[in-house]
Design a protein around this ligand. Structure first.
Ligand code: ADP
Length: 455
């Protein structure tokens, strides 16, 4: 029995009005969110007795099963929903998780890609990496596979030049990116000044365009920075996970790539952001096939622009957590020729990030410096997790009290205790190996002072 005052109150309320479905749903969701899995399971079952076909409750029950490693039970719960055409994509992702747990990566991949092709926002990179890692589909041979249906990935139809990527209008600018002054300056010179002062650049014979490779530990803010660069430029933002457009069938990935570049070209000025650009390199060595090389070449020729002006007004930003896997051909002049390191935030930067993350929240006293001190090794994504958690707890308190209670320093400190920071230390360890032992070209010089620090 959870000893959590908010939950106890909810439970008591549910006991007093056992037929109140919204209340039971809320209680079950809270139990699940807080990790009381057996209690959550019982509560979802009780709620399902009131509404046996409710997809959200079925999904909740399945989630509770999955987190208890009861994958068969989860699939049994999900099966009827999965058989319904147009079922919520999130249900497909849950099924993928359960199938992977059952040791069936091929079926998991099918469910996962079917769901994410309908709604990209349900994508889960960590699950995806586990699925692709487990599936390891053999490299297909063109003649065998031409026109065949993929057993792993449903071939997303791409009629004409449509792309699965979407065009966003970025609502953030560099003012929303805390710290990283040198990184912002590098991006300003590379991306913004040529478009803002084209005459000056023309006078020095420099062409706008090309791209930048952002690299650094996961969660340090690469995507956030790219989105902010688009906002700063007043440009459209197209965000593509490279792994999403890679397709095991010859021809499809090339088509997806072309469609994505074309989408950006139709929406210029545009920042075209490729996350996980190392996926292409990984792909290449995995497949050891002509197809892999063909794909890299296609990416490079799209990057170069088929003709001189093809990419005018299109700025390519690519990001990776594993820059050492990115093909050196990408870093030639005019391509992603300026690797820019996005470092983990120091104490001052952490305080500044927290300030940004909290700025639209109701606050009482707040000492960001104290929280920054208590969150050593936390990156931006972790700090966002801390603030989200603190806000959630505060919301609970406010609901119980019937009035809004503002956040205080202690709330963030308490939340920080329950968030495990992303593996910056491990990342620095790997980086150190590359910098010390595989830095012949001097490509990782920028990392040298960082890896020498104590992590
Ligand atoms: P990455 O792409 O490097 O994995 P993200 O850009 O997804 O990391 O960062 C995760 C979240 O952390 C962002 O959505 C943003 O809210 C927050 N964040 C990271 N860095 C900063 C920063 N410098 N300033 C403000 N917020 C940040």
């Amino acid at each position: 029995m959870p000893d959590d005052a908010g939950l106890q109150a909810l439970r008591e309320a549910a006991r007093l009005s056992p037929d109140n479905l919204p209340l039971r749903r809320h209680l079950a969701g809270q139990l699940l969110a807080k990790g009381y899995l057996a209690d959550a399971e019982a509560e979802f079952r009780a709620a399902l007795a009131l509404a046996p076909h409710d997809p959200e409750l079925i999904a909740g029950l399945a989630d509770a099963f999955i987190r208890q490693s009861a994958f068969g039970a989860a699939m049994a719960a999900l099966e009827p929903l999965l058989a319904t055409p147009g079922h919520p994509p999130a249900v497909g992702v849950l099924a993928a998780r359960a199938l992977l747990g059952e040791g069936d990566p091929a079926k998991a991949a099918y469910r996962y890609y079917e769901a994410t092709s309908r709604d990209a926002s349900v994508a889960d990179k960590e699950l995806e990496a586990r699925i692709t890692g487990a599936a390891q589909p053999p490299a297909p041979v063109a003649s065998e596979t031409a026109g065949a249906e993929s057993p792993f990935l449903p071939s997303v139809p791409l009629p004409g030049d449509t792309s699965t990527a979407e065009v966003e209008r970025s609502g953030v600018s560099f003012a929303d990116v805390a710290g990283m002054e040198t990184v912002k300056e590098a991006l300003r010179i590379k991306l913004l000044l040529p478009t803002q002062q084209p005459e000056m650049f023309a006078a020095f014979g420099k062409r706008a365009g090309g791209g930048v490779l952002l690299y650094g530990p996961p969660g340090a803010g690469k995507t956030h920075l790219a989105r902010a660069a688009a906002g700063e430029l007043g440009a459209a933002f197209v965000n593509v996970g490279l792994a999403d457009i890679l397709d095991m069938y010859v021809g499809n990935s090339e088509r997806n790539l072309r469609a994505t570049f074309d989408l950006a070209r139709r929406n210029r000025p545009c920042v075209l952001f490729f996350d996980e650009v190392d996926a292409l390199a990984g792909r290449r060595s995995d497949m050891r096939s002509a197809h892999g090389r063909q794909l890299v070449n296609q990416f490079l020729s799209e990057l170069d622009g088929v003709d001189q002006n093809a990419n005018e007004g299109v700025l390519v930003l690519a990001a990776t957590n594993a820059p050492w896997y990115v093909d050196v051909a990408f870093r030639r002049p005019g391509r992603l020729d300026q690797p820019v390191f996005v470092p983990p935030p120091d104490r001052q930067a952490r305080a500044a990030i927290l300030r940004i993350l909290c700025r639209d929240k109701p606050l009482a006293e707040m000492d960001y410096d104290v929280v920054a001190q208590a969150t050593e090794l936390f990156v931006g994504a972790d700090l966002k997790g801390v603030v989200d958690r603190a806000v959630e707890a505060k919301l609970q308190q406010s609901i119980s009290a019937g009035r809004p209670i503002p956040l205080i320093t202690q709330d963030l400190l308490a939340a920080a205790k329950s968030v495990r920071p992303t593996a910056v230390r491990e990342w620095m360890g790997t980086a150190r190996n590359y910098v010390m032992h595989a830095n012949d070209s001097g490509a990782w010089d920028e990392l040298m002072p960082w890896v020498k620090m104590k992590w």
